[in-house]
Design a protein around this ligand. Structure first.
Ligand SMILES: [Mg+2]
Length: 438
């Protein structure tokens, strides 16, 4: 025993263990991966493809990983590249070790995207190295098909701006989409242009885009009646067996959120999303949501802007919502959303991951982690690709449509299971990204 202790002290004073306990070794030494690892990150690249930031994590083993962010966020390229110096030299299959270096330099939407899509790319590599689909690395398959909901596939001939009959017709058209979705989400709070009788805005000089994120004036009785009529018509058009979620904010004040939720109760929305605080707000609002949830039987939902499990904790522990919608391309990644889902499940809170703009690779990430989510999983938000050529720039032949009867069959290819056909994909790269696949 004594000799063990002596050896320990000798090692420590020689600068081995002691140096790291005291934190005196330099960053280079700490970044060095264990000697037994066979694969190292050599580069982090980012290209804008169809307006999405797409990350490529390059390794010295000839295995690359990819991740994709929202089509509305091409400006995040610099942020993806910002993390390069932190990650070069690391073993990409030690995903958590890599994330510990970069996670702290992310934030609420949109500043969680870069970390999140790098995380997905690392899992893509880990899966390819192991020869396993990512769901196997997330705890294994709970379901063979992953349900998704429609918030993005366009509904043909879909004018629904005014009368209830237009909303009814929209519902019928949505029901007949070839994907066979069983859950639909729509926004239902757009102020009609020039309609100052729709609600009492406290700041009439606000632009419409300002108003879309700040509507804290009291809603008129007329406006509530109008929303309820439209929801009733839409539900009738969708018909039996199909659920409707409503994105109703963010921006309502608590008293109006309660009034509107109570008025919508007879129509049984599957959830009411972001009524008060949400998309692009850099905070959570657990106290307000707790009171709203206690004031209505409608399931209350938030979370698409939230970064990291720590910021879901209060929502769950206070039972402030019934459903959360973290986005795997914003919340910190797919292992992160799996963790959030498990903790939500412990508190009887449901999962409906956001992802309407995350593209084809975003859908793949959702399928992989959705397969492994606990039984509180409802559906993820399918991302529709406007560009038909997405099917031409990948090596795999996907079912057409990818979604059938509202579900995607979980595939078993290694990693994300979607790989670029680089020869075909090159033509869609911007001039400054021409070396993306080199
Ligand atoms: Mg939303």
């Amino acid at each position: 025993m004594e000799s063990n202790r002596r050896d320990f002290i000798k090692t420590a004073s020689a600068g081995g263990l002691g140096a790291s306990l005291l934190g005196s070794d330099d960053d280079q030494q700490r970044a060095r991966p264990p000697q037994n690892s066979r694969i190292r990150i050599t580069d982090i690249k980012c290209a804008i493809i169809a307006n999405s930031p797409v990350v490529r994590v390059v390794t010295d083993a000839g295995i690359d990983g990819y991740g994709q962010g929202e089509t509305s966020k091409p400006y995040l390229k610099f942020h993806v590249l910002f993390y390069k110096d932190y990650l070069v030299g690391e073993d990409p299959t030690n995903v958590e070790r890599c994330l510990m270096k970069i996670r702290r330099a992310g934030g609420f939407k949109p500043w969680g995207t870069a970390v999140s899509i790098i995380e997905v790319a690392l899992w893509d590599i880990a899966g390819k190295v192991a020869g396993l689909p990512i769901y196997k690395l997330m705890g294994g398959k709970v379901r063979d098909q992953v349900r998704c909901y429609n918030g993005s596939v366009p509904v043909p001939a879909s004018t629904r701006d005014n009368t209830p009959i237009e909303f009814y017709n929209w519902g019928v058209a949505a029901r007949n989409l070839k994907e066979g979705f069983t859950i639909f989400k729509t926004a239902m709070f757009r102020p009609a242009a020039g309609a100052d009788n729709t609600y009492n805005n406290t700041n009439p000089s606000q632009s419409r885009s300002q108003a879309s994120h700040s509507r804290r004036g009291a809603i008129t009785e007329y406006r509530i009646k109008q929303i309820v009529e439209r929801v009733a018509a839409l539900k009738e058009g969708l018909g039996e067996g199909r659920a409707l979620a409503l994105d109703l904010g963010p921006g309502l004040i608590l008293s109006d959120a309660i009034r509107l939720a109570n008025a919508l109760e007879p129509h049984n929305p599957i959830w009411l999303e972001d009524m008060m605080i949400g998309d692009y707000h850099p905070y959570v609002g657990a106290a307000e949501y707790r009171e709203l949830t206690r004031s209505t039987t409608c399931p209350i939902h938030t979370g698409e802007q939230i970064y990291l499990r720590q910021h879901f904790r209060e929502l769950f522990e206070k039972a402030a919502v019934r459903v959360v919608g973290p986005d795997p391309a914003d919340c910190g990644g797919i292992a992160e959303i799996k963790w959030i889902a498990e903790y939500a499940d412990l508190h009887s809170i449901l999962m409906a991951p956001h992802g309407t703009f995350n593209g084809l690779l975003g859908n793949a990430a959702q399928v992989m982690v959705g397969a492994a989510m606990p039984e509180n999983y409802i559906a993820f938000e399918y991302s529709y690709q406007r560009q038909e050529w997405w099917r031409e720039i990948i090596n795999e032949t996907l079912p057409d449509p990818l979604v059938k009867d509202g579900f995607i069959d979980v595939w078993d290819r290694p990693g994300l299971g979607i790989t670029f056909n680089t020869r075909a994909a090159r033509q869609y790269l911007e001039e400054e990204d021409k070396d993306f696949f080199d």
